[in-house]
Design a protein. Structure first.
Length: 215
């Protein structure tokens, strides 16, 4: 994993942090300020300062997946609803919660993927949408979907088309920021160049603007 920091471990839980995935949503700092202390010399995660169940809840609230945990006491682990979800952020990234399979590392549970096309850490969001003044609604009209029930329980595979969209394969539900269901799919392509006129879906605009994922 890129830019992974040393683990913070107690006899009940191990907490890992991947700095390159963090967008500083501050869910951790606001949720448990006695545990997550940015700028503290020698390590900023003090897992021993909180009840393990409370710590698990705060880590699970991290949308980017920068924070993860491993239970060492056979306690509660991270689980998901029966249908993986893609939540749209207003003028920002897409938040995925699922048993995610990607090419860059091991299966993950949470990820924030860029859809403005400007991230320097593609496919992940790095907050470039803010400076780019990216505009994309998180509450579009309901979309045309399909039945996914036959694929429930399967992981969500995420692939990156070269200089093109994000390809999702597996059962997935697209939801608005409010939680309203927009559509369900077994396979779909999501825009990540920022130019689609049919967001969150790809409409081929990446070819028209010569989108380059290396930039």
């Amino acid at each position: 994993m890129p830019n992974k920091q040393p683990s913070n471990e107690t006899d009940k839980i191990k907490v890992d942090y991947i700095a390159k995935r963090c967008i500083h949503s501050r869910k951790c700092v606001l949720g448990l300020p006695n545990v997550f202390k940015p700028g503290v010399k020698g390590g900023w995660i003090l897992a021993e300062n909180a009840d393990v169940e409370e710590l698990v809840d705060v880590i699970k609230s991290c949308p980017s997946g920068a924070l993860t945990f491993e239970r060492l006491d056979n306690g509660r682990v991270e689980t998901h609803n029966s249908i993986p979800t893609v939540r749209l952020w207003e003028n920002g990234p897409i938040e995925i919660r699922a048993d995610i399979s990607m090419s860059d590392d091991a299966t993950k549970s949470r990820a924030l993927l860029c859809r403005c096309g400007k991230s320097k850490n593609k496919p992940y969001c790095d907050n470039s949408h803010i400076d780019a003044d990216f505009k994309a609604t998180a509450d579009p009209k309901s979309l045309k979907g399909e039945a996914v029930e036959d694929l429930l329980g399967k992981p969500l595979n995420i692939a990156e088309a070269p200089n093109g969209p994000i390809i999702l394969e597996g059962p997935v539900e697209i939801i608005a920021s409010s939680g309203r269901s927009l559509a369900k799919h077994t396979k779909t392509a999501l825009c990540r160049c920022g130019a689609s006129k049919n967001k969150p879906y790809c409409d081929g605009s990446h070819a028209k603007i010569d989108f380059n994922t290396a930039s």
